[in-house]
Design a protein around this ligand. Structure first.
Ligand code: ZN
Length: 288
């Protein structure tokens, strides 16, 4: 069963030309349907499979015409393969990373950093955001960011391909987007991410406030995504390497290493999270 039982209700892009619907799949994947309000065409951003997206479209009068892929993990391109098995991939417009196109089934529009893709008459900007996986791309349509497994609510993706400096660079560029940008990431991992954040940033009042909000939402089976770039800048430990208190806590965990640069702090922060010691922090030790 999915951890989210009450998905985020549909919401609009800044101009109102696009609506975003959230379709939870598998245990914690968040699949986004970007909908052209005029034609009712829908673009699925990633997905482990096609069935729930197709069912959702039938139930709501939408037509799934497009798949937009961020990266090539199975729970993101599974939807492409599934559409192929159903004989529907040839009729589907597939947008994905040029650098990983051999692993994006049915790709029609290979894209790279700085490219523009158009959906529903709205131009979206492509950003190369590597670090989780080589060739990972993110998409910005107006005030909507689809960032796959790069930036998560209060966290970031595992560094499968890395290196840390690439992920740090990707996150720094995402953090520079407009503060109102809605962060549509691909998993509901927020409570785990916030538990870690609290372990190294407990003097941050914005973080305490976010933890309270997130626990209240999740207690009802709700979804904490999307967040905003402003939320992430204020509370995401992987974007807060400039903060002196956080820096000194991370440095204290690695007494034998001099963490001189922002990228060093990022790499050490990611290593600390991977160690998972923070998971011993219980809910009653959090500001919930
Ligand atoms: Zn992934």
């Amino acid at each position: 069963m999915h951890v989210v039982t009450r998905p985020t209700p549909p919401f609009s892009s800044r101009s109102g030309r696009l609506t975003v619907h959230q379709v939870p799949m598998w245990q914690d994947n968040l699949v986004w349907l970007l909908v052209d309000n005029e034609t009712k065409e829908a673009a699925a951003v990633d997905g482990p499979e096609a069935g729930p997206a197709l069912d959702y479209c039938v139930a709501t009068g939408l037509h799934l015409t497009t798949v937009i892929n961020t990266h090539t993990h199975g729970d993101h391109v599974g939807i492409n393969a599934d559409l192929g098995r159903r004989g529907q991939l040839d009729d589907t417009r597939v947008i994905g990373s040029r650098r990983a196109m051999a692993d994006v089934p049915g790709i029609d529009e290979p894209v790279d950093d700085g490219d523009v893709v158009t959906f529903g008459g709205v131009e979206g900007r492509v950003m190369l955001t590597e670090g989780h996986l080589d060739g990972h791309v993110s998409y910005v349509f107006e005030d909507l960011l689809f960032c796959g497994d790069t930036l998560f609510a209060a966290g970031c993706g595992y560094l499968f391909d890395g290196p840390p400096s690439k992920m740090h660079d990707s996150l720094t560029r995402l953090a520079a987007l407009d503060p109102d940008t809605q962060v549509c990431c691909a998993h509901e991992y927020t409570q785990d991410n916030l538990r870690f954040a609290w372990s190294i940033d407990p003097d941050n009042p914005a973080l305490a406030d976010r933890i309270k909000r997130a626990w209240a939402i999740r207690a009802e089976g709700g979804c904490t995504v999307p967040s905003t770039i402003a939320d992430e800048r204020a509370t995401n430990p992987f974007l807060r390497h400039h903060d002196p208190a956080l820096r000194s806590r991370v440095q204290a965990a690695f007494p034998d290493r001099e963490l001189a640069t922002a990228a060093d702090i990022f790499a050490a922060t990611r290593a600390l999270k991977d160690h998972k010691a923070y998971r011993s922090i219980t809910d009653d030790q959090l500001p919930t």
